[in-house]
Structures are given as structure tokens and as C-alpha cells.
Design a binder for this molecule. Structure first.
Ligand SMILES: [Zn+2]
Ligand SMILES: [Zn+2]
Length: 915
């Protein structure tokens, strides 16, 4: 097939996506027909759009998957999306807001229907984008965390863990987002220290003068205080333990001073206000002392309950009002600058409020133990290994996992309550409207001691009293609960499917470290619990993609690189190759658009080289293999180098050293194959007869193997080229991956070619330095070389002369060479006689002129950089650019100077520069 002169990525990529799909090349056999290799994709959010992190993550997975598929394994790569509870709910809530309504107005059922509608119409775009990236997933086996099968698995796990007491309901302080109106797990809260104040506030004694000063960052919670605690050994307060204080603002409530060993006497004043319903450690203190836990904030963080004139105020407005009142009464003793640790909702950035709330929890410790043992015993390997320590640290300190969320989009908890059995413990409460104009709603309140009926399907009657007044728990499960089951739920669990039988445990999970705990650790726990086996043999953790300066990419910084735009501009293969080449273990990836542009040149180079080979095949037979025995040195050499490359690339992929595979492939293809081999073999490629046949056979053979080797990284261009070369059969995607072939290993040829390359390179360098035109044939004289090297030079004389553009190449047997440029080789000395080749005087004048220009330019920049005001005031990138330019000029200067000294030496002029 004819090669167009330029490679057209979009046309080729679209065609191959269709051809692979039509041929079902990526469909996994069920049951597996060979040793299995399986991967589950980290399911992107159904709201997601492909970003550079996905592109990296998916490219690395695809490399492994394609590599193993080409090795003949039965390969399954399961694609799918996550329903992404809060994120998706927020998207649809925004839509509703734009239509002037909200979810409460339309009700739960209608809201969930709208989310599904949104999902069908606009959700899951990211899967198409992954397809465009070339991901060879089994697209017929797409899963969604809320699809029917996965929902069944979720309920099954819930019921089972609940039955064992590993899921329980309790009233605890949880992280509450007043914007999203839901509880958040500790992992979903982003902690950040913010400049603020520590307020020192006097609580007056109920009897007599004076009082105790406490320090707090949240004065609005005073209204929920039920005690002030001091350390039992703190001499400052020992006389006051048991005395009563009065709240400094709000209703004149009396609270006791209690002694508690958990109080840190060094913090603030050593006296702590205790607000059991709004602080996790105060909650514990309150339990120890039998204190009440009055809630003083509603779900939107407005003050409520016994709070006097502050009722209905938003929390930060209440803080202001309370501080003003304290000030007026002279009870605000001090306002201290303080870095306040604040938790923010990871979805909406609202400051999280610790709140007392009945929630569902997973008891984590018993599940964490086997998950730690599995990594300790290397049943699951974490790569790079240093992440193991992070994993263990977190697992050792694991806390129970709050799994209930007060939103509507997700797996509703499979628990029902019988109103008859539970009496007032299940009640409806009228909640005032959040926004002006909206109507109040009734909310189901389920006390923590209400008895749940946990069931896979909706129960019709209460098993205890046979009553039919059942209500379902309104909460849904944390999104990560269903993703924790992903490696086995996607394969059909709880059914014992062939798919599960063949492909679990999966072979490798490829992910970034930011979801090591959210997801990886929890999959380990659930996989071991329900499958009795680890969910994956290897976990490969890749780095983050940052901008060229190492900054995190963010919209606000304006440094985001959009992979879809890059794929359009440079082709998908160039993007994939760039990410692979930069994916060194344990190092962040610094990505710049120029890198992608650079690797597009690589794709072009490969295309042009293939075109050259293909053109020379026209009019000849279709050779597929090198003719044996291989005679020509360049054929022997390239085949031997290819064999080394095959070994290196296979080893690198096996060790997850993606960048090393990319680098070896790049070096070989660009330099050894295109620059050296094709250059050397060119005249033979078009020749008739045995020599021509041999050249064509070797060239096609090496090229086809290079395409196979590159295929996992650059699937499109390689598949397209292979399809246009002789020997095409099955798609490259399902053709065998090259394995080492002893026939080609040829140490002699490699050693000899090293000498040839050394000679040619030395001549090219001298040509550059001496400004000798490439068309001007020179004479090459070698001296002090061994007999073996002399024989080689004799034998390969023609090739060396052609590549170096030399009239003559000889080994000097004694006798002077006259004025010559000299280069030291590893095996002798190379001279190029210059008389009649170079006009020394003219060349010297040219060099002097160039040196003068470089010196002037360098001096100008040096002077600029020496100016303090410039360095201080100019934008950093301008200064950096000048520094780079200066460096370049100094380098250039050194080169020019060396050439000048060389010529000056030859013609006996002074080594010093002319004034
Ligand atoms: Zn939020
Ligand atoms: Zn009942």
C-alpha cells in the first residue's frame, strides 16, 4: 500500500478504533483460554472529563495490557465509571438551580430520575475519550458502580458485614458539610491552616467575683458548652474544680468546672470549654463526665435550640455578634493571632462543621489486619516499594469509616425500620426552609437505637410484629463503598461467574498515590474479606503530572495541559509516547507542550523511515526475513542491536520501568535504525540480486519488529504502518510480541560497527569545526591503530567513505600527513589533511568575526544580569531566559575558540586572539 508523504493521525486513529472494535481484538475470552492477565480500570467519575492525569494513568495501563495481550495471554481490561455521589448530585443540583428550583421542591424520586437522565445524556463522556486515547479495554464489558449487578453486590456486602457486627450505627461527631448537607469521611476533608484568632474569654463564676478564662477559635459554640475542663494537677485551677460557671453570653446557663487528664495545661489558658455536640474530643470528654450534648446548629450551620437571641443566625454571623457582646460586657480578655486548623469539604470547599449525628460505620481494624498481612507477605506488591511504608502507617492508625451520606444519589442503605416496633425512635420532623421562598420539608429522624431490618430486597412486613409501617433509611453509602468492591463486583460477584473464576485476582492495579487510602486500601480489605484473596498481585503507583516548572496544574494558575487538545494537535501516539518517556518511577512528571511536539517528530521520523523502506520494496519480491547467513556488517549489526533492544524493552515493561523502555526504543529507532542503518543500507535497498534481497529482508524484518515493540506505547501509527508492509496478517494488537532471538546476537558486528560509527562521527565533528562543506570529499588517515582495526577499515572502506563523504580512507604506514585536523579515537588517531581543503586565513577571519559577535552579545546580557533592579523587578521567566541565553552564548564561545586555536596552531599563528 502506498504511503502518503505525511502521517495523518486523526484519519488513522479513527479507522483503527473501528477496525479493532469490529474484530473484537480486545474482547476477553470467558473462560480464559490462556494464562490470564486482568486489570480493572480505576473508574473515572461519571461527571469526569479526561485530564492529563487520566491520560497518564490510562496510557500506562494500556501499555501493560497490550504488551501482555501480544504475549498470548487471555487479557481482560474492565472499563467503567463511578457514580460519584456528591460530585454528580452537585452537577444536577446546579442545573436545577438554573431552572429556579431545587431537589427538595421536586422530591427524591424525581431528583434521582433526573440524575439518571443526566447520566444517560451527558455522563460517561470520559469513556469515549479513553477510547480516543487508544485504551484497549473490553468495551463490551463496561460497568457502572450503580448498575444493577454492582448494586446487588453492594447490598450483599452491607448485609454480610452488618450481620458480623462489622457495620454498625452510632451517634458520633462526624464531619458535616453545611453546603452539601452530608457527612464526610475523614479522607474527604481537606485540612488547612488558616490565619485567624484564638479568643480568650472569661466565664464568670456563678457565685462570687472573677471567673475562668478559656481560649477558643470558635466562640459561636459557647452556646453548646456544658462544662469547662482543666487538668487535675493544674495548680492554677485546683481550687475551682466542682464550682459552677455561667455562660458568658446567651441564656444564663450554669456549667461545672470538671477535672480531666486529657486537657493539655500548656494550650491556651489550660482551661477548655467543652461542647460535646460540636467537637470530637469534647464529645469523648462529655461521655466520661456524663454531660449533656445539646446541638446548637442545624444542618445548614445556623444556630438553633436554646441559644437566645442568636437563634437563626448563620455560624459566622453568630460568631461576630457573640464577640461584640462579649466585648461590651468586658468578657473578651484577649484576641490572639493564631493559625486555625480548618477542615474543608473536598467537593465544595465549605468549612466543615464537626457535628454530632447518628451515622453508619464500618469497623475498620478487623478488616485492616489481613490487608496489612497480605502486603507484608508480598501477596500484593506495592511498586515503587517505598509506598508500602505509607500504606502500613495509615492502616495501623485506621479509624472506623463513616459510610453514610445524607444525599440522594447513590446506593441507598438497605435498612428499614418498623415504626410500630421503634415507636418514637423513628419520627418525622418539620425542617424550616433553607432558602427564602422555599417551603419547609419534613425530614425523617431515626434515633441511633432504632432497630434496623437489613435486607437485600424491600421487606413488606416487619418480621417481629408483622406490621407494614416500614420506612427505609434515607441515607446513601459513601461512593467509595461501591468502588471498594470494584475488582470483584465487576466480574459478577456475588454470582460465581466464569469471569470471576478466570480473572480474579487481577494482575495489576495502576493508580496514583492520592487514592491509596480512599480506594486501594479499601479494595484490599474488601477483596480479602469477600473473595478470600487479594484483589491484585501488583499495585503500581505512578507520579503526578505537573507543569514544566514542577507546579501542580490548576485552572487558577492557567498551566493546565488538556490532553484532548494535545491529541488533536500532535496526534495521540505522540502524547502517549511523551507521557511514557517521562514516567520515571518515584519522580513527578514535568510536562511541557514542547515535549509532545518533540515526540511528534519521532512519529514523523518513524513514518518517513517506513516510507523509505516501503518505496524500495516496489518492483521486488516481498521479503520478510533476513537471508541467512547474514553477511553485510550493517545487517549483522542492526539485527544484533535489535536483539538487545528486545531484551531491554521486555525487561523494562516487566519491571514497570516505562520510561526506560521508551528511551531504549527511541534511541534505537531514531539513531541506530533511521540515522545509521538506513543510511548505510540505502544503496543496497534498491539493488537487484542477492545483496538487495538480503538488505530488504533485514530492513523489513527489523522495521516490523520495531513496530511491534513500539505498539503498546504508540498503537495507532505502528498498526497503520504494519498494515502497509509486506507480511501483514493479524492486527499488530494481537500479533506476538518480539522475544529475544539468539540467532542475531553478534558481538563482533557490534564491536566493529562501534569503530565505524566512531570514525564517521569524528569526521563529521571536524567538518563542523572547520566549516568544511559536506559535499567536499576529504581524505581520512588513521594512525596508531591495531592490526584488527586496520583489517576492518580495509573491509568496510567503502561504507565508511560514503558515510563520512571521504575521497580516501587509509591507514598511515609511516610518513607525514602535513597540516591536518586531528581527533583521538578509542582505538587510534584520526587525521584529516587540510591543505587544499580549508582556506586557513579566511577561516580564521570568519572565526574571529563570530567570536566578536558572541562576545558583544554575552557582555550585553551579563551587564543586564548584573543590575540588581533588573533581577529584582523583571518577571522570573524573563530573568531565567536571559540566564539560559548567556549560558548558550558561553558554550558557543568555547566551541568557536577551540576551532580558532586549532587553525591558529596549524598555520603557526599566535594562540592568542587578534586584538
Ligand atoms: Zn460540601
Ligand atoms: Zn415491627
Amino acid at each position: 500500500m502506498a504511503f502518503e508523504s505525511t502521517y495523518q493521525p486523526e484519519v488513522v486513529e479513527r479507522a483503527w478504533r473501528e477496525r479493532w472494535e469490529d474484530a473484537r481484538d480486545f474482547h476477553a475470552p470467558e473462560p480464559a483460554t490462556a494464562a490470564p492477565f486482568s486489570v480493572v480500570i480505576p473508574p473515572p467519575n461519571v461527571t469526569g472529563v479526561l485530564h492529563i492525569g487520566h491520560a497518564l494513568n490510562s496510557t500506562l495501563q494500556d501499555i501493560l495490557v497490550r504488551w501482555w495481550r501480544m504475549q498470548g495471554r487471555s487479557v481482560l481490561w474492565v472499563p467503567g465509571t463511578d457514580h460519584a455521589g456528591i460530585a454528580t448530585q452537585n452537577v444536577v443540583e446546579k442545573q436545577l438551580a438554573a431552572q429556579g428550583t431545587d431537589r427538595h421542591a421536586i422530591g427524591r424520586e424525581e431528583f434521582v430520575r433526573r440524575v439518571w437522565l443526566w447520566k444517560e445524556e451527558s455522563g460517561g463522556k470520559i469513556l469515549n475519550q479513553l477510547q480516543r486515547l487508544g485504551c484497549s479495554c473490553d468495551w463490551e464489558r463496561q460497568r457502572f458502580t450503580l448498575d444493577e449487578g454492582l448494586s446487588r453486590a453492594v447490598r450483599q456486602v452491607f448485609i454480610s458485614l452488618h450481620g458480623e457486627g462489622l457495620i454498625y450505627r452510632d451517634e458520633r461527631i462526624i464531619n458535616w458539610c453545611p453546603r452539601c448537607h452530608t457527612a464526610l469521611s475523614d479522607l474527604e476533608v481537606e485540612n488547612e491552616s488558616t490565619p485567624g484568632h484564638l479568643f480568650h474569654i472569661r466565664y464568670p463564676f456563678a457565685a462570687g467575683d472573677g471567673g475562668i478564662v478559656v481560649a477558643t477559635t470558635r466562640p459561636e459554640t459557647i452556646l453548646g458548652d456544658t462544662a469547662v475542663a482543666v487538668h487535675p494537677d493544674d495548680a492554677r485551677y485546683s481550687g475551682h474544680i466542682g464550682q459552677m460557671l455561667v455562660l458568658p453570653v446567651g441564656p444564663a446557663r450554669r456549667i461545672p468546672v470538671v477535672a480531666d487528664a486529657a486537657v493539655d495545661p500548656a494550650f491556651g489558658t489550660g482551661a477548655l470549654k467543652i461542647t460535646p455536640a460540636h467537637d470530637a474530643s469534647d464529645f469523648e470528654t462529655g461521655r466520661r463526665h456524663g454531660l449533656n450534648a445539646p446541638k446548637i446548629m442545624d444542618d445548614s450551620a445556623h444556630l438553633t435550640g436554646d441559644v437566645g437571641r442568636y437563634a437563626g443566625m448563620e455560624r459566622f454571623a453568630a460568631r461576630k455578634a457573640i464577640l461584640a457582646d462579649l466585648e461590651e460586657r468586658g468578657l473578651l480578655v484577649r484576641r490572639e493571632e493564631y493559625a486555625v486548623p480548618l477542615g474543608h469539604c473536598y467537593r465544595c470547599r465549605t468549612v466543615v462543621e464537626p457535628a454530632l449525628s447518628p451515622q453508619w460505620f464500618v469497623r475498620a481494624k478487623p478488616l485492616a489486619e489481613p490487608a496489612m498481612a497480605a502486603v507484608r507477605e508480598k501477596r500484593t506488591r506495592i511498586i515503587p516499594e517505598h509506598w508500602e511504608r505509607t500504606y502500613f502507617e495509615w492502616m495501623e492508625n485506621i479509624r472506623d469509616w463513616c459510610i453514610s451520606r445524607q444525599i440522594w444519589w447513590g446506593h441507598q442503605i438497605p435498612a428499614w425500620y418498623c415504626r410500630d416496633c421503634n415507636g418514637a425512635r423513628v419520627s418525622e420532623e418539620l425542617v424550616p426552609a433553607m432558602t427564602p421562598g422555599a417551603s419547609a420539608q419534613t425530614t425523617l429522624r431515626i434515633a441511633v437505637d432504632a432497630v434496623p431490618i437489613v435486607s437485600q430486597d424491600t421487606p413488606q412486613r416487619c418480621p417481629t410484629c408483622d406490621g407494614d409501617r416500614l420506612v427505609r433509611d434515607p441515607d446513601v453509602l459513601d461512593t467509595w463503598f461501591s468502588s471498594a468492591l470494584w475488582p470483584f463486583s465487576t466480574l459478577g460477584w456475588p454470582e460465581r461467574t466464569q469471569l470471576l473464576e478466570s480473572y480474579y485476582p487481577t494482575s495489576v492495579l495502576v493508580t496514583s498515590f492520592d487514592i491509596l487510602f480512599f480506594w486501594v486500601a479499601r479494595m484490599m480489605m474488601m477483596g480479602l474479606k469477600f473473595m478470600g484473596e487479594v484483589p491484585f498481585r501488583d499495585v503500581y503507583i505512578h507520579a503526578l503530572v505537573r507543569d514544566a516548572d514542577g507546579h501542580k496544574m490548576s485552572k487558577s494558575r492557567g498551566n493546565v495541559i488538556d490532553p484532548l487538545g494535545m491529541m488533536e494537535r500532535y496526534g495521540t501516539d505522540a502524547c502517549r509516547f511523551t507521557l511514557t518517556a517521562l514516567a520515571a518511577q518515584g519522580r513527578d512528571i514535568k510536562l511541557a507542550e514542547e515535549r509532545i511536539a518533540g515526540y511528534r517528530n519521532f512519529v514523523t521520523k518513524l513514518w518517513n523511515a517506513s516510507r523509505l523502506v516501503a518505496m524500495n520494496l516496489e518492483g521486488h519480491g516481498e521479503p520478510l526475513e533476513p537471508a541467512l547467513p547474514v553477511v553485510a556488517i550493517e545487517d549483522r549489526w542492526i539485527l544484533s542491536r535489535l536483539d538487545g533492544l528486545v531484551r531491554r524493552v521486555n525487561r523494562s515493561f516487566a519491571d514497570y520501568l516505562f520510561n526506560e523502555a521508551a528511551s531504549a526504543l527511541y534511541q534505537f529507532t531514531w539513531h541506530e535504525f533511521c540515522d545509521w542503518y538506513l543510511e548505510m543500507v540505502k544503496p543496497r535497498l534498491s539493488a537487484d540480486g542477492a545483496a538487495g534481497e538480503a538488505a530488504r529482508g533485514s530492513a523489513v524484518y527489523v522495521l516490523r519488529r520495531v513496530l511491534s515493540l513500539l505498539h503498546p506505547i504508540m498503537p495507532f501509527v505502528t498498526e497503520e504502518i504494519a498494515d502497509r508492509l509486506p507480511g501483514r496478517g493479524r492486527h499488530l494488537a494481537i500479533s506476538p510480541y518480539p522475544t529475544p532471538d539468539e540467532r542475531w546476537a553478534d558481538g563482533d558486528a557490534e564491536a566493529e560497527m562501534t569503530l565505524v560509527i566512531e570514525i564517521v562521527t569524528a569526521v563529521r565533528t571536524i567538518r563542523g569545526e572547520m566549516n568544511i562543506k559536506p559535499s567536499l570529499g576529504v581524505e581520512i588517515v588513521l594512525e596508531e591503530v591495531s592490526a584488527a582495526a586496520a583489517v576492518l577499515v580495509e573491509r568496510e572502506n567503502a561504507i565508511i567513505r560514503r558515510l563520512a563523504h571521504a575521497r580516501e580512507l587509509r591507514v598511515n604506514q609511516g610518513g607525514a600527513t602535513g597540516e591536518a585536523a586531528t581527533a583521538a579515537l578509542s582505538f587510534g588517531v584520526l587525521r584529516i589533511p587540510l591543505v587544499g581543503v580549508v582556506d586557513f586565513a579566511a577561516e580564521l577571519r570568519r572565526l574571529e568575526k563570530d567570536l566578536l559577535k558572541v562576545d558583544t552579545d554575552a557582555a550585553f546580557i551579563e551587564k543586564k544580569l548584573a543590575r540588581e533592579d533588573f533581577v529584582r523587578n523583571a518577571p522570573a521567566e524573563v530573568v531565567a531566559k536571559d540566564r539560559r541565553r548567556l549560558e548558550e552564548l558561553l558554550e558557543k564561545r568555547a566551541l568557536l575558540d577551540a576551532s580558532r586555536a586549532r587553525i591558529a596552531g596549524i598555520i603557526g599563528a599566535s594562540g592568542e586572539r587578534a586584538p
